[in-house]
Design a binder for this molecule. Structure first.
Ligand code: PAF
Length: 298
């Protein structure tokens, strides 16, 4: 299937007008599509009559100019991949279309969920940028369902809060993190890792797996679980920016895991920041599968 590209909100609304009697699924992205994005498109395809994917490298959510400049841009390949995975329409607006001259509105979600974890490292502007662009994209597409990956768990918490507070009529669907065979979470930023860094980066999922192993053996103290993460990373020469156990809904820190908890980490590998997380659920065992060779390393 070939996806149709539209560049303006007016064109998008005209394209969607005759399709509104059916369900519309939406996958917002910043392009450089990988299997993780395509799994979101497939989920949207299986639950909706029309699927829209957006590609917009949103400048306002980047808090470092170099990260924005080096963010991979592969639009032609993205449009082909999106179509193959089942997208009908690719909305790829310009910056001027999204932020026309005089643009002066920011959607800002409470600090309790935006100034912790990623917000603490990247600054408040990051989630202001995400909330503002996602609100604009949702209002442009007006989908029934919007699909987000669990790797950006905090983003999903922020977006859910924002759509509930603003009364945007959309169901936010969180889909599981897609991983490479060695456990590394798929991310557009992975393409910026050198081969050596890519090998070292396998310590990131391994560190979460070490915490999951400790959890499966009965460890419940957050500090012991994050120590397991830090130890595994340290063996690979890595130091996390944060490794925290928090409530998966409100992101409040958790001292001991008595109900489901989110263990979230951010780890610089060379010039690339990798983020990843797992949900720890007492009574459930859902460990990241790692290849036997990685396990024998342990
Ligand atoms: O997750 C992303 O790729 C971006 O944060 C999003 C949701 C497309 C907003 O720019």
């Amino acid at each position: 299937m070939t996806a149709r590209i539209v560049r303006t909100v007016d064109e998008l609304r005209a394209a969607l007008a005759p399709l509104r009697s059916g369900a519309i699924g939406f996958v917002p992205t910043m392009g450089a599509l990988h299997e993780g994005h395509l799994s979101l498109v497939r989920a949207a395809r299986s639950e909706n009559d029309t699927v829209v994917l957006s590609i917009f490298v949103n400048p306002t959510q980047f808090t470092q100019a170099a990260d924005l400049e080096t963010y991979p841009r592969t639009e032609e390949a993205d449009v082909a991949l999106a179509g193959t995975a089942g997208a009908d329409i690719v909305f790829a607006p310009s910056s001027a279309e999204m932020y026309p001259s005089g643009f002066a509105t920011t959607v800002s979600v409470d600090a309790a969920i935006t100034e912790t974890l990623e917000g603490a490292v990247r600054g408040r502007a990051h989630f202001d940028g995400v909330a503002t662009v996602v609100a604009k994209l949702l209002l442009a597409v007006l989908p029934d369902d919007a699909y987000f990956g669990a790797k950006d768990a905090q983003q999903v918490v922020v977006v859910r809060r924002m759509v509930a507070d603003l009364g945007i009529p959309v169901r936010i669907v969180q889909c599981p993190t897609s991983r490479d065979a060695d456990g590394l979470a798929l991310s557009s930023r992975n393409t910026r890792l050198t081969p050596d860094e890519r090998a070292v980066a396998t310590a990131v999922p391994r560190s979460l797996r070490a915490a999951q192993d400790a959890f499966a053996s009965g460890t419940r103290e957050a500090s012991a679980l994050t120590d397991a993460v830090r130890d595994e990373l340290s063996a690979a020469g890595l130091v996390p920016e944060y490794a925290e156990v928090v409530d998966p809904r409100g992101l409040e820190p958790v001292a001991s895991v008595v109900r489901s908890a989110l263990l979230a980490i951010a780890v610089p590998v060379g010039a690339v920041r990798l983020i990843d997380n797992v949900v720890l659920v007492p009574g459930e065992d859902d460990r990241i599968p790692l290849p036997a060779i990685e396990m024998s390393h342990r």
